[in-house]
Design a binder for this molecule. Structure first.
Ligand SMILES: Cc1cc2nc3c(=O)[nH]c(=O)nc-3n(C[C@H](O)[C@H](O)[C@H](O)COP(=O)(O)OP(=O)(O)OC[C@H]3O[C@@H](n4cnc5c(N)ncnc54)[C@H](O)[C@@H]3O)c2cc1C
Length: 434
């Protein structure tokens, strides 16, 4: 079992390449082991090291740290996500629990970038939920009412206003929300790696193959060595299931995205020189599309059940064609060949969209499954699971634990069959928005 990622992602090729890293080549012992070095694992390791400055904290990743979903996402640090309905008080209460967690996630990332003076192209420019379908107005009106009841500022926008702001006349109806930040995920995760405290030992290209608990000892087996630890935090997100962690409560989904080269001055003028923006789809399988600070267009328009360990280049090339069509639909005046890179990334989903944050056994902890909105929540959950593993409590933990727990999933092959059918249905519903 080896995690293999393509190395095409523009966010990652845009930060300096890492040449020096340690791999596990010996037997090691520690009191705290964190598995997975994305936002969750990096934040957990940092917090553990701060809480236990004299302890050795080991952090391992199967690939280079930060090169999983954390360095490959679309960079929307969200305060709200769109859900149909939410009209009754019960639903509103549940939605508030969800946004309370998003808000705490934003605070956690903000605190990190302020403390370490991180440049990650942070832009508090808000975000758009938009659709080309006039009939989606009803969904957006309902959603805007929910947001207004909870005190979020938002405005419905028509085609002409959206065209002015986005440089595409594709969208006929949109909801702009003031909250939400756009950032460079590669720069953010790299900063989390570069600022790890001295008592964190990071081992990369080191896949945890097997683990077991025997009384007070947890033994972890890697290809070239073993780690014996007293406490363990699993932060492997889309790979929790493959390690047998909460395996009946989460499943991996593979996403693919493409980024164009930087638009020339002429191309940029031809689309009206819009400022940086980010659009999220109204229908779940529609495209996420973003104009970056340096005038590139990013598009993500696939979500599928696929072997989470590898997507081949030929399959990626097919997804890239899909993304070229998505860009062309929105910006017909731009040339055909401007996509510079296409990549895949793994997210983790639960049935009821609740995240996982738990002590699953004595000295065994897990945080993950952010259902596609993980930048802030992963940073928050990483810190807070480290605090929980240190037998402490916080208001943040109480807020996280007040949310519904993930619900049970049926076994294979029923799970994949159910998910695939649902994805096909959602894809058909969002056909025009891809
Ligand atoms: C294309 C794409 C677009 C997205 N867009 C957004 C967005 O705009 N906004 C947003 O908030 N979220 C977005 N997400 C989701 C977000 O990226 C994730 O929720 C977040 O990165 C999860 O962080 P994590 O640290 O929990 O997991 P990851 O970053 O996936 O880290 C888990 C790590 O565990 C490692 N690992 C796995 N198995 C093992 C093993 N056996 N041994 C050792 N290590 C192992 C992996 O190598 C990986 O580095 C997107 C994701 C993708 C893929």
């Amino acid at each position: 079992m080896t995690v293999i990622n393509d190395n095409n992602c523009s966010w990652l090729t845009n930060v300096p390449r890492k040449f020096f890293f340690k791999t596990i080549s010996d037997n090691l012992e520690c009191n705290y082991l964190v598995v997975g070095a994305g936002y969750t694992g990096l934040s957990a390791a940092r917090k553990l090291a701060q809480l236990h400055p004299k302890e050795r904290v080991i952090l391992v990743d199967a690939q280079l740290a930060g090169e999983g979903a954390s360095g490959r996402n679309s960079g929307y640090l969200v305060d709200t996500t769109l859900n149909d309905g939410f009209t009754s008080n019960q639903e509103l209460e549940n939605y508030k629990k969800k946004t309370d967690i998003y808000d705490l996630g934003i605070v956690a990332v903000k605190k990190f970038i302020k403390e370490y003076q991180v440049d990650c192209d942070w832009n508090e420019c808000g975000k758009y939920f938009a659709s080309s379908k006039f009939q989606d107005k009803k969904i957006l009106v309902n959603f805007s009412e929910t947001l207004s009841k909870l005190g979020y500022e938002c405005n419905l926008l028509s085609n002409s206003e959206l065209t002015k702001r986005l440089g595409t006349s594709f969208y006929n109806i949109g909801l702009y929300t003031n909250g939400g930040i756009l950032l460079h995920p590669g720069k953010l995760v790299r900063a989390m790696i570069d600022t790890l405290p001295d008592n964190v030992e990071l081992y990369e290209n080191s896949t945890l193959l097997k683990w077991k608990k025997n009384k007070d000892v947890i033994s972890c087996h890697f290809q070239n060595g073993n780690i014996i630890t007293k406490k363990i935090i699993f932060a492997t997100n889309g790979f929790l299931k493959s390690l047998g962690v909460k395996k009946n409560y989460n499943f991996p989904i593979t996403l693919t995205a493409s980024m164009t080269r930087i638009l020339t001055d002429k191309e940029y003028k031809s689309i009206g020189e819009p400022k940086e923006w980010g659009v999220l789809p109204v229908r779940p399988m529609g495209a996420t599309i973003r104009m970056t600070k340096d005038r590139r267009i990013l598009i993500r328009n696939t979500a599928e059940i696929y072997n989470p360990f590898k997507m081949s280049q030929s399959v990626l090339n097919k997804r890239s064609i899909n993304q070229k069509i998505g860009i062309k639909k929105r910006f017909p005046q731009l040339p055909n060949d401007i996509i510079q890179s296409t990549w895949s990334g793994i997210v983790s989903r639960t049935r009821n969209s609740s995240q996982i944050f738990e002590k699953i056994d004595e000295n065994i902890f897990v945080a993950g499954c952010y259902n596609g909105s993980g930048i802030g929540v992963a940073t928050l959950f990483g810190e807070q699971i480290a605090i929980k593993a240190s037998n402490k409590n916080t208001k943040e933990i109480e807020t996280i634990e007040a949310k519904n727990k993930p619900t049970w999933l049926p076994p294979q092959p029923f799970l994949n069959l159910g998910v695939k059918t649902r994805l096909i249905y959602e894809r058909l519903r969002a056909k025009s928005e891809i």
